[in-house]
Design a protein around this ligand. Structure first.
Ligand code: MN
Length: 352
């Protein structure tokens, strides 16, 4: 999307939001800081403008992110309470959704909704649902897109809006470390801090709230990191026995994903979490040379080029691990071949 197209997209979203009296907001299953922060900021703007707005999500928010919203701002989808709201809202807004299926059990109702179906996102996927899309693939975060939208609409950014947006920005840039950390991302951060965000206080809230058990689980998973392809790939996994032994939910093990790329010389990291006898959640991270999105997309998942996830169904845990590691190894080998070919070519040119 070009700058012009993005500003056109924002104008269309703004128009639909201004016209709407009732709005339902949502984000993806197991909300993260970006999806939730973006939705909360929009919700507050809509409510301040006198509209009836609510965030309805197909799953509960992770405990450590519940500080982002206040009582009455977030509800978990229940058909008897929300079906009518979704079907008859003037607009449904999905933030950071990463694909229609990630709305979980809400998807069929959003599909059937009569109002505008707005999406604000920076993920890559086939969009066959949202008729008012504002999707910018290179954006640092959905929060940045929401900020640009609100700026265009002339909404003053108060601390109440800046805080949830800051949570989104920090989450999606890995505290200003990932590929998505553009100059715009830093400018956006500066504006949020000017609006009253206290970065240290936000770090305390977002990162310093882990139960000791979670740290122990992280330690065990890190101790179990295994090299593949001479350490160019590292991986670790939590099977059902591990979860049971440690008395944890699958999401309690997820933190380890953020540490995979810390290993010297690593090109890609993989984390496997068993969800059922033939169901494995896979999270992949790339250090920037290989595109892991394709691997996840082939299993019906998605995300970004360097951070992606999917669920592998119908094979046992060990087989899912073997398959995905095989595909990752192939990607690394292919990247090597491409590099060798490029060096040969450069060499041949030098000789001439
Ligand atoms: Mn995001």
């Amino acid at each position: 999307m070009t700058h012009f197209e993005a500003s056109e997209a924002r104008a269309r979203v703004a128009e639909r939001l201004r016209a709407a009296k009732r709005v339902v907001l949502t984000t993806h299953v197991t909300p993260d800081g970006d999806g939730l922060g973006s939705a909360v900021a929009l919700l507050r703007v809509l409510r301040a403008a006198g509209k009836k707005a609510m965030i309805v999500n197909c799953s509960v928010a992770p405990k450590e992110l519940r500080f982002i919203y206040r009582k009455g701002e977030f509800e978990v989808f229940a058909r008897e309470r929300h079906e009518h709201e979704i079907l008859t809202a003037d607009a449904v807004v999905a933030t950071d959704i990463g694909g229609p299926s990630r709305m979980g059990k809400m998807e069929p109702f959003v599909r059937a909704a009569r109002g505008a179906k707005i999406v604000i996102d920076h993920h890559v996927y086939e969009n066959d649902l949202f008729d008012v899309p504002y999707i910018v693939i290179g954006a640092s975060s959905t929060a940045e897109l929401v900020y640009d939208l609100l700026s265009d609409m002339g909404v003053p950014i108060t601390k109440d809006l800046a805080e949830p947006l800051y949570v989104g920005l920090v989450a999606d840039t890995g505290s200003f470390a990932y590929d998505a950390t553009t100059p715009r991302a830093h400018l956006f951060a500066a504006k949020l801090i000017e609006a009253g965000v206290d970065p240290h206080a936000m770090w305390r809230k977002t990162s310093c709230n882990k139960p000791l058990l979670k740290m122990h689980v992280l330690g065990k998973l890190l101790a179990a990191l295994k090299p593949e392809l001479e350490g160019r790939i590292v991986w670790t996994g939590a099977d059902l026995a591990f979860l049971k032994e440690n008395g944890i939910e699958p999401r309690d093990a997820f933190e380890v994903v953020n540490h995979l790329l810390h290993v010297q010389g690593v090109e890609a990291g993989a984390f496997f979490m068993q969800l059922g006898s033939d169901k494995t959640k896979v999270s992949l991270r790339s250090a920037g040379r290989i595109d892991v999105h394709g691997v996840c997309a082939s299993y019906g998942g998605g995300g970004h080029r360097y951070a992606s996830g999917c669920t592998v169904d119908n094979v046992p845990f060990a087989e899912a691990v073997r398959q995905v590691l095989g595909e990752l190894s192939e990607l690394v080998r292919r990247a090597d071949m491409a590099r060798i070919a490029a060096v040969d070519l450069a060499g041949a040119e030098d000789d001439s």
